[in-house]
Design a binder for this molecule. Structure first.
Ligand code: SF4
Length: 469
């Protein structure tokens, strides 16, 4: 059990330093010996994730991702001296519109919490403890509470404004950001999603989005320019094209897209959609997956099961999560955070580009499922779709501790998915960002039993082929 640590520096500052260090590694393939040397000097928590990230088979993609996150942190850190303002976003808010302003720099709360959990010694625990020490309840979502806790400690950078984009899709998230905005006196820019997912609801959302643009223009001190929107939209379209290339490749058996890429895809969606760095990360993911698809050795791998995490997965122990599943032959299709369904932006006019961005915000992760008129229906429809698209055998609900709203719809969703597809969902208990909630060994054991005792039998019957771990 890790020791509790006092906060002596902010999460942002520490994560920034770590990424700047990683960006200084030579711009070439890092050999296994060199990785071993690097791992040897890193603290154990950082070594765990980086050992997984620097595996030769995926290194070209993970290094592009590290460079991309390094750029996000660098642009945030130096925004003010470059005359820009930093806008903090929740993960369900697509960043393209903010990238379209010359004077704004977006940064995503949950991206910071996750990056810290991945690279910092002690992960995000000391910031989480700080939040609880303030008297806030432990049913806050650690996804955002970790970073917001760091900000509240007074030892971290502060943004210039917050986009409140979770109203109507996650009250916990919306309230956590509101609390920080009140305490630190930061303006909130609202984007409201009504819980009506038909045309009147969309009209309301569209109006709210246009009002938000007006407030962003005031904050930036500039008008949103059509040429900027077009430049970002062209790049966003390229990201979308690559996203669907990966989607199509996942239909192959065995799945050539490594499980850890789910993290890279959603990190790109949350932070750098519409930027060159985002394109580069996705291009590298496509290249690695395409090589796998063309490799006879990769194609001969046995795939014991094809599973998806129906909402979140776990982000604190890469070796015992992504690498362990790969070794066991469990093909991990990632989690619902990739279910963003981006679309191609019509570049004809400012209005067509904005319309597409508004639709993508409306259809983005969490907003689309948990902000639907019926949460269980919105969620079930997407999971059924994914099961059919990829021919999955099993699903897992990670039981993220704070996520009371998905917990409230889980049983209905599980029953509906089983009824419509015959595919079972394992319900676990844990926290996606806090390792002390459920040890990873317990999660592995439960997953293994589920695959052996439930999925394998169904898979045998469906495919007429025996397979056990
Ligand atoms: S994981 Fe659950 S609690 Fe956290 S932001 Fe998403 S919906 Fe909200």
């Amino acid at each position: 059990m890790p020791q509790k640590k006092k906060i002596d520096d902010g999460l942002f500052n520490r994560t920034y330093s770590m990424f700047q260090l990683l960006r200084r590694l030579p711009d070439r393939h890092i050999s296994e010996e060199e990785v071993a040397g690097l791992i040897g000097v890193l603290p154990p928590d950082s070594a765990n994730s980086l050992q997984s990230f620097f595996k030769p088979s995926i290194q070209q993609a993970s290094r592009a991702f590290i460079a991309m996150i390094g750029t996000v942190l660098e642009e945030t850190r130096h925004a003010r001296e470059r005359g820009k303002k930093v806008v903090l976003l929740p993960f369900n808010f697509p960043p393209e519109i903010v990238h379209s302003f010359n004077n704004l720099a977006p940064v995503t709360t949950e991206l910071l919490s996750t990056a810290a959990t991945v690279v910092l010694e002690g992960q995000g625990e000391r910031y989480w403890d700080y939040v609880l020490g303030l008297g806030l309840p432990d049913h806050l979502c650690s996804a955002n509470a970790i970073e917001l806790g760091s900000m509240l400690s007074g030892m971290d950078y502060e943004p210039d404004a917050i986009i409140s984009g979770c109203v109507g899709s996650c009250d916990v998230n919306a309230k956590s950001h509101e609390f920080v905005s009140l305490l630190l006196d930061l303006p909130q820019i609202p984007l409201e999603k009504p819980t009506m997912d038909f045309s009147d609801g969309f009209k309301y959302f569209r109006n709210s989005y246009y009002k938000m643009i007006g407030l962003l223009e005031e904050l930036a001190g500039e008008e949103l320019k059509e040429e900027n929107l077009r430049e970002v939209s062209i790049k966003a379209n390229r990201c979308t094209e690559l996203y669907y290339d990966l989607w199509e490749m996942k239909k192959h058996v065995p799945n050539p897209v490594p499980g850890i890429f789910s993290l890279l895809i959603c990190g790109t969606r949350f932070a750098m959609w519409g930027r060159d760095e985002g394109i580069r990360t996705l291009e590298q993911c496509v290249e690695v997956s395409r090589n796998n698809l063309e490799s006879a050795a990769y194609r001969s791998r046995e795939e014991i099961a094809r599973i998806v995490w129906v909402y979140l997965s776990y982000y604190y122990d890469f070796l015992n999560f992504y690498d362990w599943m790969e070794e066991k032959g469990i093909s991990n299709f990632g989690d619902a955070l990739q279910l963003a369904f981006p679309q191609t932006i019509d570049l004809s006019s400012k209005e067509t580009m904005l319309d597409a961005m508004i639709e993508m915000a409306w259809n983005n992760v969490m907003t689309r499922q948990m902000g639907a008129s019926s949460m269980a229906r919105g969620w079930t429809d997407d999971i059924v779709y994914v099961i059919k698209e990829f021919g999955l055998d099993g699903c897992v609900y990670c039981g993220h501790h704070s996520c009371k709203q998905t917990w409230s719809a889980f049983t209905v969703t599980r029953n509906e998915v089983l009824k419509k597809t015959g595919v079972p969902i394992l319900g676990l208990q844990g926290d996606s960002w806090i390792r002390s909630m459920t040890p990873i060994g317990v999660i592995q054991e439960e997953l293994e039993q589920f695959i052996n005792n439930v999925v394998a039998g169904k898979r045998r019957r469906r495919r007429g082929k025996a397979s056990v771990l």
